[in-house]
Design a protein around this ligand. Structure first.
Ligand SMILES: [Zn+2]
Length: 273
C-alpha cells in the first residue's frame, strides 16, 4: 500500500483536514485541567471496580455516573464489548482502553484502516457500494490519459462508487464517491482509482488488484496520527473493531491492538510479593 505521507509524517494541515466527515456530527473534546482530573477519577474508580466482585458492581449500577463509567462496571457490557472502553489517547497514535482483564492498547490508524477496508470489500463484492453525492463537485486538473480513462471506464468507476465526469479536456470533477470514504479526500481517492485503472486496466484493477486498491482508499480515509479523538469517537472505533472481521490485524498483517492484563501490570510493579 502506498502511504504518502505516512501516518507518522502527517502534516498539521492534513491532520486538520482529515478529521471532518467521518465524525462530523461530534465535537472534539478539549481536555482542560478539570476534565483531566475527572478522567483520572473515572480511571481510579474503574480500577477499583475491577477488584470488586460482580454482585458489587451490579448493585452499584443504579448510582448516577458518566456513561463510560457505568458501562465499564456492567459485566454484561463487558462481555458485549471485549475491547472495553476508551480512557484516552497516547502520543496521538494509540487509544488506551480498559476492559475486564486490564489495559488495551490500540493502534488507531491501523485499526480504523482495517475497519474501512473490510467494509469497502464487503460492499464492493456485493456490488452495493453506498455512494455519497458531493454537495459541490470536486474538480481537479488532469492529463488527457486521465480524461480518457474516465470516459472509457465509467462502469468500473461506478462499481467502485465514483461518479467522475470530464469538465474540459484537462479538468475532471468528482460528483459522488463511496460514502465510507472521507469527502475531503475526494481528489486524492479519485486520482488513486484513475491511476490504478490506467496502469492495470479495469479488469485487473477490480480483480487481482482489488485488495490493494481498496486498502489504499481505506488508508486515505482512516484517522491520522495526531488526530485528536473524543472518548465517544474512540469508543466508536472499539465497537466497530469488535464487529469487523479480521480486525485484529492491519492491512499489512501487523497487530492492531494489544492486551496488558492487570496481572501483568501487578507483576511489573511486583505487587503482592
Ligand atoms: Zn494507512
Amino acid at each position: 500500500m502506498k502511504q504518502s505521507p505516512s501516518a507518522a509524517e502527517a502534516t498539521p494541515t492534513e491532520v486538520e483536514e482529515t478529521r471532518a466527515p467521518y465524525f462530523a456530527e461530534q465535537q472534539p473534546i478539549r481536555f482542560g485541567a478539570a476534565e483531566q482530573q475527572a478522567t483520572y477519577r473515572v480511571w481510579e474508580s474503574q480500577s477499583q471496580a475491577l477488584g470488586t466482585r460482580t454482585e458489587d458492581r451490579v448493585s452499584n449500577s443504579d448510582e448516577p455516573r458518566c456513561s463510560a463509567q457505568s458501562s465499564i462496571q456492567n459485566p454484561r457490557s463487558q462481555q458485549e464489548h471485549p475491547l472495553g472502553f476508551a480512557l484516552g489517547q497516547l502520543s496521538g497514535i494509540y487509544i488506551l482502553a480498559q476492559n475486564q482483564q486490564g489495559l488495551i492498547v490500540v493502534d488507531m490508524h491501523a485499526a480504523h484502516e482495517r475497519i474501512v477496508y473490510e467494509r469497502l470489500k464487503t460492499a464492493f463484492d456485493a456490488q452495493q457500494m453506498p455512494t455519497q453525492p458531493l454537495l459541490i463537485p470536486v474538480s481537479f486538473a488532469a492529463d488527457t490519459l486521465d480524461v480518457a480513462t474516465v470516459e472509457d471506464e465509467q462502469e468500473a468507476l461506478l462499481r467502485l462508487g465514483f461518479d467522475i465526469a470530464p469538465l474540459s479536456p484537462t479538468t475532471l470533477a468528482v460528483r459522488s464517491m463511496p460514502a465510507m470514504l472521507k469527502q475531503s479526500k475526494a481528489e486524492a481517492a479519485a486520482k488513486e482509482v484513475l491511476h490504478e485503472l490506467r496502469d492495470f486496466g479495469a479488469s485487473r484493477a477490480l480483480t487481482e488488484r482489488r485488495n490493494e486498491l481498496l486498502a489504499t482508499l481505506a488508508c486515505h480515509s482512516a484517522v491520522r496520527a495526531n488526530q485528536q479523538l473524543s472518548l465517544p469517537e474512540m469508543n466508536a472505533i472499539l465497537r466497530e473493531m469488535e464487529q469487523t472481521e479480521r480486525a485484529d490485524q492491519c492491512n499489512h498483517g501487523r497487530p492492531t491492538w494489544f492486551q496488558i492484563t492487570v496481572d501483568e501490570l501487578d507483576a511489573m510493579f511486583m505487587r503482592g510479593k
